[in-house]
Write a protein of this length. Structure first.
Length: 53
């Protein structure tokens, strides 16, 4: 949900504002979003692994 909103905002910024600083800010926000998503997926995998024991 949050990641989807971030992607929509990022696309809006790319289409609306073609400045270099905006692109760096956008890529940074997307990187943080992917990092958060990856940590959530890995913690879910770890929890599922512990349930098997």
């Amino acid at each position: 949900m949050v990641l989807g909103i971030m992607v929509l905002v990022a696309l809006a910024l790319i289409l609306y504002e073609q400045q270099t600083a905006g692109f760096y800010l956008l890529y940074g926000a997307m990187g943080v979003g992917f990092f958060v998503l990856a940590t959530n997926v890995l913690s879910l995998i770890q929890r599922e692994g512990k349930q098997d024991d």
